[in-house]
Design a binder for this molecule. Structure first.
Ligand code: MG
Length: 281
């Protein structure tokens, strides 16, 4: 408890928005979504704002903004970028239990359902990340079962990938959501089958002595040229039906992971730029 209080005090002094020091919430019993036509959960932990549960079906739905036809589509990697995927091979990636088993064809990779997530071999701290993806042209399933994948920053914070073109789901789980924590400001999805872009700027969490939190991880996300999050603080690692915290110091660096949620989502043109050397607080 003492350590918990110390952590909270440091966070307060650092001026972080909201206390990131909540105890690890219980996952709660497994249950089906509530009755009605809104997918989501109300038996999950309350988020620190005190207004919404994790995956709350009653949270305001982000408005739809139709993106422009082009933004950073097919953007060539800058000179100092690390190319993670140029359409030719999986040399920068590894599977959960060895080589990547996803499909590779025509300049893109495609989730081979059931073969597991993939992760970069290299790890990253603060970075700028460019990712392009496309939802399956053939629409199958609803809510979280339609074109679900995800871009995991440092392997632990998910920026949701989901076909949210006319596909209601709980707001903190819709496309571009920081899963289970923060819905995107708007819904900027293109139609299924069309290529889409994420441009993500991420700053890792910083810890001081005795694993105390100096500042939480934060992220800016642009989808198809439309801002979804601006320096949005993460409460901790993302999770299903719960959210993480910073009570335990997290690694300074982690891989980029792409999720296998058993839907054949495609990815192409992935590159990353390190922003700075890891700082000593
Ligand atoms: Mg996902």
């Amino acid at each position: 408890m003492k350590k918990y209080l110390v952590n909270c005090a440091i966070v307060a002094l650092a001026g972080c928005a909201g206390c990131m020091c909540q105890q690890q919430p219980a996952a709660g019993p497994v249950s089906t979504p509530p009755a009605g036509d809104k997918p989501g959960y109300t038996d999950t932990p309350m988020l620190p704002s005190g207004r919404w549960h994790v995956h709350d079906p009653n949270r305001p739905v982000p408005p739809v903004v139709t993106p422009g036809a082009q933004f950073s589509d097919n953007a060539p990697a800058p000179a100092d970028a690390i190319v993670l995927f140029d359409g030719h091979d999986f040399s920068a990636w590894k599977g959960e239990k060895g080589p990547v088993k996803w499909k590779l064809q025509d300049g893109y990779m495609e989730v081979a359902p059931g073969t597991g997530e993939i992760a970069t071999k290299e790890t990253f701290g603060d970075f700028q990340l460019h990712v392009e993806w496309a939802e399956p042209e053939q629409v199958v399933g609803n809510s979280q079962e339609r074109g679900n994948s995800g871009v995991f920053l440092q392997g632990i914070y998910e920026v949701q990938v989901l076909d949210c073109y006319d596909n209601p789901t709980y707001p903190d789980g819709q496309c571009g959501g920081l899963y289970g924590q923060s819905p995107p400001l708007v819904n900027a999805c293109r139609k299924p089958g069309e290529w889409q872009t994420y441009d993500i700027i991420f700053e890792a969490a910083r810890f001081g002595e005795n694993h105390s939190l100096i500042r939480p991880a934060s992220v800016t996300v642009i989808q198809n040229g439309v801002l979804l999050h601006h320096k949005q603080a993460l409460l901790g690692p993302t999770d299903h039906r719960r959210y993480g915290n910073y009570l335990k110091e997290l690694p300074a660096r982690g891989p980029i992971k792409l999720q296998d949620h058993k839907n054949p989502v495609r990815f192409r043109n992935i590159w990353i730029r390190n922003i700075a050397e890891e700082e000593k607080p």
